[in-house]
Design a protein around this ligand. Sequence first.
Ligand SMILES: [Zn+2]
Ligand SMILES: [Zn+2]
Length: 349
Amino acid sequence: MRALVKYAPGHGNVAIREVSVREPGDDEILIRVRYCGICGTDLHIYADEFPNTPPVIMGHEFCGTVERVGRAAQASWKPGDRVVGELHTGACGTCALCRAGKPHICDSKLALGSKFDGAFAEYLTLPAWLAHPLPDAIPWEVAGVTEPFAISAHCLIERGNLGSAGSVLITGAATMGLMATIWASRLGVEQIIVAGTQLDADSRLPLARELGATRVVNVQSEDLSEVVRDATNGQGVDAWVECSGSGAAIRSNLPLVRKTGKIVLIGLVGPETIAVPWNTLLYREIDLFGCFSSPPSSWQKALAAEADEAAKLRRLVSAILPLERWEQGFEMVRRGEAIKILIDMHASS
Ligand SMILES: [Zn+2]
Ligand SMILES: [Zn+2]
């Protein structure tokens, strides 16, 4: 089969290769991959800025159809079942974190697509415990964004518990910021302020509006602190959801959170260390919620909401490309020209 392989350490060293399909073990399933989404993490693996162990098939945001089933998995799965799945391959299942339902941060995790053969491939062999059945009502294009949608469910609901927030500031208007907007709207948050930059002004900020933002701000042409002050009677927002990973945003926005408010941390900042006005956190009694990846519970929440939110989620898919055009897809994501790009693993150009 054809697969996109990171074949050696270092920058780049990614190419389509002919590789053999791995037969499913007893407790594994073989999945015929339909779509696999390009994620920021894939760009970091390409650039060798994210841990990876070549040669490895890349890709972790997939949906597909069950093709063959290992003996121990036959009670739950049969060929033809539609499926999506988590990327926590290698998680031990026995440590305190795994037993608490947090395999996504298990020390033994060897994540799909970076340390375990992933889903930019015609077929994926996956441990069955990581697979979730895909409800019929969810179209394939929407199923293809389940993984980032589960992350946003984990961040906003499980970690941030934003159901009671009246006002939320979301910084960053790429996939995570837009999905955070969808959840905030779904939770009934009254004031949803989404901030982006000039890069987001033409398409992503207007889209944020359509997804439920009550106010969008281009921070390069408007004063965000003034907008937040006006919208909250000078008190600040109940919660700030940081999706940009921008040092400038992180340094300047702490005072926009009201006393006893919270900050949900989603955007990774890269190698830099960011100075923050630490005392502000203390004086204002602000709660911080660090978030990473997507535990099984968040997949259930995402899948339960996806059919309802299908129309909004579909708008996040900017293009669907055949595997041969993977470089173009990576480039579009790198330049911020696309929100989410899906690779159709069985189409040809
Ligand atoms: Zn991802
Ligand atoms: Zn574990």
